[in-house]
Design a binder for this molecule. Structure first.
Ligand SMILES: [Zn+2]
Length: 272
């Protein structure tokens, strides 16, 4: 948490505050939160964010001179754009003053997120944090799962790793597997073409539905306008262990898989 839909929602609500607005000041409140480029991040002063990009769960701000600020929200990262006289929330690690009078603030109580500053897109693209990401989950098709034919491993672990598909975490992996009727412990090399087609379709369907509802708020996720997402009410398996499967009525099972609590239906999500 936050996963692709929440990062997409942060991007959508951030853009009106920051696009084409000059940065007039940068304050680093916790140096270790800037994972790369802490010594150069002040070079953003005087520049404007020309556009933003999202890939998987990563958000990129691309400046008019090519500099890049990569934002990773981690578990509890949150961006607030407010007037400077609003008291800073605890765990605010970085801020940028904008020419409009607003202030961009990055908060993250648990500090699993971070900021990376690069002088160019070329450096950002080949960095350790972006280099191993698979296709963005909104663009996934069955062909992106082709390598599974020769891969050992289990389905849920692969989807969580970000290497085949980027953007899914525990919530949307469980929801997508349920929709595609695939077992989380399914062996990769046995997955047939028709299942790959269903899985790719299920991933896109679940994510797009969540995006239209502003993402999922379980506890503290909120967008830049400080609004919560509404998709939690539409979850079919996540958080529903012990309740009836919405498709077959069987009791949903909870099991720890890849270190994450996983909820699925033992009746209609069979191993192949
Ligand atoms: Zn079922």
């Amino acid at each position: 948490m936050p996963e692709l839909p929440e990062v997409q929602e942060v991007r959508r609500t951030l853009e009106p505050f920051v696009l084409n607005v000059a940065i007039v000041g940068v304050t680093v409140l916790r140096k270790s939160y800037i994972r790369a480029g802490v010594g150069t991040v002040s070079a953003l002063v005087g520049r404007k964010i020309h556009r933003t990009l999202r890939h998987g769960k990563k958000l990129f701000c691309i400046f008019d001179d090519g500099q890049v600020l990569l934002i990773h929200l981690g578990m509890s990262g949150c961006i607030d754009c407010c007037k400077p006289d609003v008291p800073r929330r605890p765990h605010t690690h970085f801020s940028m003053r904008l020419a409009t009078g607003f202030e961009f603030r990055m908060e993250d109580p648990r500090r699993f997120g971070g900021l990376w500053h690069y002088s160019s897109w070329a450096l950002a693209e080949k960095s350790e944090i972006t280099g191993k990401m698979g296709v963005d989950a909104l663009d996934v098709t069955a062909s992106h799962f082709a390598a599974w034919r020769n891969m050992r491993g289990r389905l849920k672990a692969n989807l969580l790793s970000q290497r085949t598909v980027a953007g899914l975490g525990n919530i949307y992996v469980d929801e997508s597997l349920w929709l595609a009727r695939l077992h989380p412990l399914q062996v990769l090399e046995n997955i047939r073409e028709k299942h790959k087609v269903s899985l790719a379709g299920a991933i896109r369907t679940v994510l797009n539905k969540s995006i239209t509802m502003g993402g999922t708020t379980l506890r503290d996720y909120r967008n830049v306008a400080q609004q919560k997402g509404q998709f939690a009410q539409s979850l079919c398996v996540y958080g529903r262990a012990g309740l009836p499967c919405l498709r077959c009525g069987n009791k949903l099972i909870s099991k720890v898989i890849s270190g994450r609590t996983t909820v699925f239906c033992g009746q209609c999500q069979r191993r192949i």
